[in-house]
Design a protein around this ligand. Structure first.
Ligand SMILES: Nc1ncnc2c1ncn2[C@@H]1O[C@H](COP(=O)(O)OP(=O)(O)OP(=O)(O)O)[C@@H](O)[C@H]1O
Ligand SMILES: [Mg+2]
Length: 249
């Protein structure tokens, strides 16, 4: 079985990448899929949010060649996690001067088998780590907040994806845009969404993720929102997204 590798990217900070990686991953696992989450962000928010706080080894060790990816995986609540580390900052710096620097993650993933989905939580930059994610992935998922500057940010993401496509990964495709932290009562949110629908050719998922405090609370319990409070809007929205994701091509 070949895994579908999905890079969750947005170069802007705090746009719901980590929340989407965890909770979409959790939703896919509830749908019976075997899911691996890669914490490629030196901030390690994903690992902390799932209470993987002192792993024996992390992705940084794998980049250094001291560990193989399959040996560092940690299981939590039916999800598999490749923990991140602040040491990824050093990896990032050292990668810049390496030949074929964009291919490290792709090569690392070659020895991981048996997953339906691998979701990569990227750092808030279009750095060499994100470049590695885009080179390893078949698909890109973009969580987007409905703000005025969203549109400019989206252009930058598309430019980067197109460059990576041309240079390193011709089959890379945009799976879609996920509207996150959506405030239904706010007129601006509706307007930006309408503008996007009219002007962007990429798929915009119908399942919007509403603003929901349970999504912000869940990490302090080390759980996905679905395992923390299955009846919350956050859990319902991500479960709906999971179903739509599985049916989208
Ligand atoms: N739908 C939502 N409703 C309420 N809070 C949310 C929602 N989605 C995310 N948050 C909160 O917003 C903050 C930013 O989200 P998150 O960490 O997922 O973004 P990020 O893009 O991964 O950030 P970074 O760029 O720093 O990695 C977090 O505190 C998270 O709990
Ligand atoms: Mg994050």
């Amino acid at each position: 079985m070949k895994s579908t590798i999905v890079a969750v990217i947005n170069q802007k900070g705090g746009t719901g990448k980590t929340t989407t990686t965890i909770n979409l991953g959790s939703a896919l696992a509830k749908e019976g899929k075997k899911v691996l989450l890669l914490d490629l962000d030196p901030q390690s928010n994903l690992s902390y949010s799932l209470a993987v706080t002192a792993p024996e080894a992390t992705l940084a060790d794998v980049f250094l060649g001291n560990q193989s990816l399959k040996d560092i995986l940690v299981e939590k609540d039916g999800l598999w996690i490749a923990p991140g580390s602040n040491d990824l900052v050093d990896i990032e710096i050292s990668l810049v001067s390496q030949p074929e620097r964009e291919k490290f993650l792709k090569n690392m993933l070659a020895d991981v088998k048996g997953f339906d989905y691998v979701l990569i939580d990227c750092p808030p930059s279009l750095s060499v780590l994100t470049l590695n994610a885009l080179t390893a992935a078949q698909e890109v998922l973009i969580p987007l907040q409905m703000e005025v500057l969203t549109l400019q940010g989206l252009d930058q993401i598309m430019n980067t994806v197109n460059k990576v496509k041309k240079a390193f990964n011709p089959k890379l495709k945009i799976k879609g845009i996920v509207v996150v932290m959506f405030d239904i009562r706010r007129k601006l949110s509706q307007e930006v969404l309408e503008y996007l629908r009219e002007n962007v050719k990429e798929k915009i998922f119908d399942s919007h993720i509403r603003l929901n405090v349970k999504l912000a609370e869940a990490p302090s319990f080390g759980k996905s929102v679905i395992n923390y409070d299955a009846s919350s809007n956050g859990a319902k929205d991500y479960m709906a997204l999971g179903k739509e994701f599985l049916n989208a091509h």
